[in-house]
Design a protein around this ligand. Structure first.
Ligand SMILES: C[S@@+](CC[C@H](N)C(=O)[O-])C[C@H]1O[C@@H](n2cnc3c(N)ncnc32)[C@H](O)[C@@H]1O
Length: 387
């Protein structure tokens, strides 16, 4: 554990949202990672420095990409402090650098993750103070080096966070509304829909345009990490290989397909959301591919014989709707009448209202939107009557 393997590979832990683990594993497979193992809100694998950089640029469903440096058991405070001090922290940090520790604790005799983070921080700064008389300082918001401590049943994994800022903050979104979807969740839902990246893609309740933009990034083969303005965590590491990262970045840029690959269409009933979506689309440089206009979904017709509808209707948690049941009934009726030949995916946190759609689901995927228990519901809208 935490040892460099002879071929230059090392262990990597990639975190994600609940329900997207298999999608993420598939993305890591596409990057030729080895020993891929699906866990709970995380996937572990093995790869080299180039693959670590690539994963940060390319993974659409990763939140953070971690490089574990130590594994140990800590039964009490003394253990934790002593174990953290066993690492020579000057390998990763200098006194004039800032750092932060994200700690997650579960099923352990330690109850508070903040306390665990504090004690870990003390062990690190005490080591520097003893050796040099000085200490690196903590910066919770923009640290040079972000560490991750995961404690489960008193087993600790200490990792370096190669991503720095969470990867869901792609950097293309200027305009947000009251309920924009997390970009990682949006990308995961599109992957779960099985959309072929060629047929028509419609989000008829597009809000700030997250599904439209994520779908276009996939179709045009654009690495989502290319939008990032802030540095990645690994750029402050002592083994940072700038020319390798430049090569990975340039290779990613060259893979973009310039010609539109699919018809990608968004509607929203609210003019302000249409404008917000359009600003985000322009900011992402995707205005030649995506079409958005103000429309009531219930008045629209399918623009082609086949395609995919992916939507995230209001569900009364953060958005109010006058009659949520009527809204969901209208969704079902419109899909059935006007979108025959399409596969429709409705992502909702209102499972009661979803019953009013009145169509048979062919798949139900449990997911979360923040803390809200949600479902991705699939409806296959057959042309004519099904034999
Ligand atoms: C939960 S929000 C979608 C958020 C979006 N996924 C995002 O990431 O920003 C639901 C959207 O449905 C829109 N909406 C509600 N009723 C509609 C209708 N009949 N036709 C089109 N859009 C509608 C609302 O204006 C709102 O923007």
């Amino acid at each position: 554990m935490a040892k460099q393997q002879p071929n230059g590979n090392f262990n990597i832990i990639v975190t994600t949202l609940a329900g997207l683990e298999e999608v993420l594993a598939e993305e890591l497979r596409a990057l030729d990672m080895e020993y891929i193992k699906v866990g709970n809100r995380a996937v572990t694998c093995s790869g080299n420095l180039r693959q670590l950089y690539e994963a940060n640029l390319w993974c659409r469903t990763a939140i953070r990409i971690l490089k574990p440096i130590r594994n140990f058991k800590a039964r009490n405070e003394k253990d934790l402090y002593e174990q953290v001090q066993k690492t020579d922290w000057s390998q990763y940090l200098d006194v004039d650098m800032t750092f932060a520790i994200d700690a997650v604790v579960s099923h352990s005799t330690f109850e508070h993750s903040l306390f665990v983070a504090q004690l870990t921080k003390d062990a690190i700064v005490d080591q520097f103070r003893k050796a040099t008389g000085e200490r690196p300082s903590v910066d919770r918001i923009r640290p040079d080096v972000r560490l991750n401590l995961h404690m489960h049943e008193n087993m600790v994994t200490l990792s370096l966070d190669s991503s720095g800022d969470s990867l869901h903050r792609r950097g293309y979104r200027l305009q947000t509304n009251v309920a924009p979807l997390n970009e990682v969740l949006a990308a995961g839902i599109i992957a779960l829909s099985g959309w072929d990246k060629k047929s028509t893609f419609i989000d008829p309740m597009c809000g700030s345009g997250t599904f439209l933009i994520e779908a276009t990034l996939m179709a045009q083969n654009i690495a989502p990490g290319l939008y990032r303005r802030d540095p990645y965590g690994f750029e402050k590491w002592k083994d940072y290989d700038e020319s390798l990262f430049e090569m990975v970045w340039k290779t990613a840029e060259a893979k973009e397909k310039r010609e539109p690959q699919a018809e990608i269409i968004g509607y929203d009933i609210d003019e302000d959301y249409v404008e917000a979506a359009w600003s985000n689309i322009e900011n992402a440089g995707l205005d030649k591919v995506i079409k958005v206009r103000q429309a009531d979904f219930f008045q629209t017709q399918a623009p082609s014989a086949h395609g995919v509808v992916v939507m995230n209707p209001p569900y009364n948690e953060r958005i109010q709707s006058d009659d949520i049941h009527q809204l969901y009934k209208n969704i079902g009726d419109t899909l059935k009448k006007n979108y025959q030949g399409y596969d429709a995916f409705v992502f909702t946190g209102n499972l009661e209202a979803a019953k009013s759609i009145g169509l048979r689901t062919s798949r139900r995927v449990p997911l979360y939107n923040g803390a809200i228990d949600c479902r991705l519901l699939k409806f296959e809208l057959y042309q004519g009557s099904r034999k």
